[in-house]
Ligand binder design. Sequence first.
Ligand SMILES: *[C@@H]1O[C@H](CO)[C@@H](O)[C@H](O)[C@H]1NC(C)=O
Ligand SMILES: *[C@@H]1O[C@H](CO)[C@@H](O)[C@H](O)[C@H]1NC(C)=O
Ligand SMILES: *[C@@H]1O[C@H](CO)[C@@H](O)[C@H](O)[C@H]1NC(C)=O
Ligand SMILES: *[C@@H]1O[C@H](CO)[C@@H](O)[C@H](O)[C@H]1NC(C)=O
Ligand SMILES: *[C@@H]1O[C@H](CO)[C@@H](O)[C@H](O)[C@H]1NC(C)=O
Ligand SMILES: *[C@@H]1O[C@H](CO)[C@@H](O)[C@H](O)[C@H]1NC(C)=O
Ligand SMILES: *[C@@H]1O[C@H](CO)[C@@H](O)[C@H](O)[C@H]1NC(C)=O
Ligand SMILES: *[C@@H]1O[C@H](CO)[C@@H](O)[C@H](O)[C@H]1NC(C)=O
Ligand SMILES: *[C@@H]1O[C@H](CO)[C@@H](O)[C@H](O)[C@H]1NC(C)=O
Ligand SMILES: *[C@@H]1O[C@H](CO)[C@@H](O)[C@H](O)[C@H]1NC(C)=O
Length: 844
Amino acid sequence: MIFSLQLLLTTALAASSPDWYPTPEIGSITSDWADALGESMDILAQLTLPEKVNITTGTGWRGGQCVGNTGAVPRLGIKGLCLQDGPLGVRFADFVNVFPCQNAMAATFDRILVHQRGTAIGRQSRLKGVDVHLGPVVGPLGRHATGGRNWEGFSPDPYLSGKLAFEAILGVQEEGVLATIKHFIGNEQEHYRRAEEWRDGFGFKDLKDAVSSNIEDRALHELYMWPFADAVRANVGSVMCSYNYVNGTQACQNSDLLNGKLKSELGFQGFVMSDWFAQGSGVSNALAGMDMSMPGNDVDELETVFWGEQLTRMVANGTLPEARLDDMVLRILTPLIYFGIDDRTPNFSSFVDTTVGSPHPAAKHSKKVKDVITNYHLDVRDQFAANVALDSARGAVVLLFNDGILPLKNISAIGVFGVGSRLGPNGAVCGENMQCSDGALIEGWGSGTAYPTEYESPYEALHKKASLLEVSVTGTTESWDMRLPLELAGDTDVNIVYVLANSGESTANVDKNLGDRRNVSLWHNGDELINTVASQGQTVVVVTTVGQVDMTAWLNHPNISAVLLTAPAGDYGGKAIADVLFGEVNPSGKLPYTIAANTSDYIPIVTKIPRDGAPQSDFVEGIYLDYKWYDKFERTPLYEFGYGLSYTTYSFSNLHLDVKEISEFLPPRPVPVQVTKPKMTNIDIEDLYVPNDFKMIDGLVYPWILNASAPLADSQTQFPFANGAGHVSDASGGVGGHPWLWSNAVTVTHNTTNCGDVAGRVVSQLYVAFPETLIDSPPVQLRGFDKSKLLNPGESQMTEYNLNWRDLAIWDVELQSWRVQRGEYSVYIGHSSREFELCETFTL
Ligand SMILES: *[C@@H]1O[C@H](CO)[C@@H](O)[C@H](O)[C@H]1NC(C)=O
Ligand SMILES: *[C@@H]1O[C@H](CO)[C@@H](O)[C@H](O)[C@H]1NC(C)=O
Ligand SMILES: *[C@@H]1O[C@H](CO)[C@@H](O)[C@H](O)[C@H]1NC(C)=O
Ligand SMILES: *[C@@H]1O[C@H](CO)[C@@H](O)[C@H](O)[C@H]1NC(C)=O
Ligand SMILES: *[C@@H]1O[C@H](CO)[C@@H](O)[C@H](O)[C@H]1NC(C)=O
Ligand SMILES: *[C@@H]1O[C@H](CO)[C@@H](O)[C@H](O)[C@H]1NC(C)=O
Ligand SMILES: *[C@@H]1O[C@H](CO)[C@@H](O)[C@H](O)[C@H]1NC(C)=O
Ligand SMILES: *[C@@H]1O[C@H](CO)[C@@H](O)[C@H](O)[C@H]1NC(C)=O
Ligand SMILES: *[C@@H]1O[C@H](CO)[C@@H](O)[C@H](O)[C@H]1NC(C)=O
Ligand SMILES: *[C@@H]1O[C@H](CO)[C@@H](O)[C@H](O)[C@H]1NC(C)=O
């Protein structure tokens, strides 16, 4: 960043987030879940204290077959839950699909595909016995080009992320599997996300605390919380709180964020689970609004259990109000009932590869645990999922440049180069976390991965097509010794170079990248390879990347004839590229982020550890992220957000606006709903201890008090602040926020025509410029997008967008609410965030 945007912050960043207590209870706003809540209250009334606790606490890391497993209530036939990664497919399972990552899905700008992908993932999850799917991701949003998990999320544009998250959630939950929106919030870099991991695992000895994301109020609302609001609006079952601190307070015990923002302002009715080992204490998390401890114990000290027995104790001794525990239970049971989570059991194991094995890999005396069939090897793939995965991979391909060479025609010999063209030496499944990068990039690494069952490499896919056309294919993956590429590249009509850049979660170090990328360059000597191949003739570059890459080393080479870019696109990524190269598919992908002309325009991740050992990441750019920053400061990017070419041309016409009555302020929020909750349990001391006939498995987490001789203090001293400190926002009152936010404000229509001679699909993009007032806003912001049907040459279609009141609003920090300013608004319809074809204005 070259501009010091510090000035934009009116207040200094706080050293800790303010208090917001107590946790708003489920049911206090109108929601679709009222009947299900009634049923869960009936169940709650029958539960003993340890039974309630069991529902909120995981059985410990590797305690069951899934990455997360909660306790059961056998007495009432309530099963423990199976929670499973990850956002692009069922992790650790065989015979599932690896779908394009979310960043690839964002490039499709296709709501329907994102919904269908959700359906397919939901269905495969259910068939494998998963109850709670750990996706989708809208944090990271993608603040840093080098952020390790950007590929897992959609886009740094919150509007795009929000709309797509909404569809993804509907898709998954319609299949009877709960979705989880994550990671709440400000989880933008891997560096120092969890102090123990980086201190003890990577040797950063001076690190004391996790990185704190210091986000000012307006950016929090208009960027980082925005897609979470869409997710809540979609009735998402759960939210995962993140590892990082926000404003100096750990996200999973940040009462202002969980109680104040998520549960009060956004009206979230489901449960907040911790990210794995993101819990830092017991009482504080509970009071701050966390509802489920995952995986139930602490990774560094598996003996450390913050809830389980301790939660039972803290309720029994009066430290934590029982109402808070009851609310946790209701928040977990209600969506399960509403979405019909049935009595399925997992038929795969995350930890045991063999068919038969232990259902509790964490068990210390494993001989005591009887083996079961851990893996039924059920093939859950079907034609629907294959179609969705392929269509998505095709739709995700962005054509950045084409001098006319594509689609390939009149060609008799092709050279194929680059590590990205073929499978690496270990095959498609190259480690538990897919922590490799020596072959075609199917996905990044970390928990957001799934195992490919069948994968066709870009080389194989291209070769298959070329053979049918009697085109010969040669090439090599050698990328360091230039002799062979040089020799082969000269004997062809065109060369295709498959290059890549990879990243992942900070659970692994891949080529010195600790999750986050250490640079924005291509891997495997990609720049030199491209220039070498190009020196021999026409060259097409295919970039598969987890985020922005620097292309300046070769983009202007006269022999570079075309450039395609895609995020890792799963099972069919290789095939999709071949389809686009040969023109079977007309590319329609659009960049979900801006690629800089100068890499110093990217916001670097924080790597400095200050003397106090607590790294601070100040989000000084505020609301000016990605294209909004380039526009605001008149920086010319290489390729802007929304950019992407086609084999045909499109034109937009007949823009029409229908502007409704749009108020400046929100009306008073709806009156809270009164719900009568079941009476508190009469705590029976007998219940608190392990029943005599119960055989505990050593190494698992249970809700009972184990040490009967440790006194159970009968103090009634509750945490003083649990009695109320939160200001209820005027922007609250409904699921997703004040219902008025979602009211229709402007309907926009226009026509789209395919003016070229090739059929294709086009993304039309609607941007809004807010009035120029004392409150400064980005020059334009995406507020609508639509992917057309397949338009034949000359064919037209009409497109309609519905802008909500929220889409025209700013978060007014003074007012502490949303506000639609008075003045002139401009609506642009265009092909990217910088190329507009139509414009209309209206005045409020
Ligand atoms: C973080 O601090 C900034 C600056 O003081 C403030 O605007 C914002 O509301 C705070 N957010 C939270 C969640 O504490
Ligand atoms: C808690 O869950 C465990 C694991 O499912 C189960 O064995 C135990 O009986 C449960 N405890 C109670 C009190 O229901
Ligand atoms: C998983 O597969 C096994 C074996 O076919 C079956 O018994 C079980 O019901 C399946 N689970 C689900 C959730 O379908
Ligand atoms: C109550 O139990 C909790 C959890 O074990 C403990 O942290 C707290 O100190 C106890 N309070 C009293 C007053 O005994
Ligand atoms: C393909 O090659 C043939 C013969 O060289 C030529 O007549 C034709 O114009 C070429 N077509 C294209 C699209 O370049
Ligand atoms: C950038 O990182 C990649 C991947 O680790 C590495 O191959 C490359 O050499 C690095 N480039 C520079 C200039 O350090
Ligand atoms: C481009 O390719 C041609 C061969 O087709 C070669 O003669 C020429 O030197 C190349 N140009 C550059 C700048 O390398
Ligand atoms: C990139 O921007 C930096 C900071 O403005 C400047 O110093 C540098 O010269 C620029 N590099 C190029 C290649 O333009
Ligand atoms: C159980 O509690 C008693 C009394 O506080 C204590 O002396 C003892 O060390 C505890 N035992 C274990 C195994 O923690
Ligand atoms: C184009 O727009 C006009 C006016 O908005 C509409 O009446 C017409 O049906 C549209 N044509 C197509 C092909 O969508």
